[in-house]
Ligand binder design. Sequence first.
Ligand SMILES: [Zn+2]
Length: 126
Amino acid sequence: MKKDGHTHTHFCPHGSGEDTEKFILKAIELNFDSYALTEHPPLPDSFKSLMPYDEELISLLAMQENDLDDYIKQMLELKSKYKDQLDIRVGLEMDFLPDHISWTENLLNEYGKYLDETILSVHFLK
Ligand SMILES: [Zn+2]
């Protein structure tokens, strides 16, 4: 099985901005069986407020709060559109935020029903 289990989308504020559908078409062309969309969900405000960076830099780390619904909707549309050609897995790349476990649980409780798979990353260390 040929699989990419960790990809980003046009919702990534530090990515190329290129349309996700182009990546999916390329994966189909390259005979991938499975392709996981694992975008960074928004970070909690209570976490961002503790970061020693300016707002502009912080805004590049993950999608904004109001982008998450659009992300899920657009990725589910792509999954459906290409379902006969590629197993598109809608997911998220969750950050391990040890002081924000309940925030993470709440997000997954709300959006988990739309997700096929989610990866857990450590990008932030104290
Ligand atoms: Zn990533």
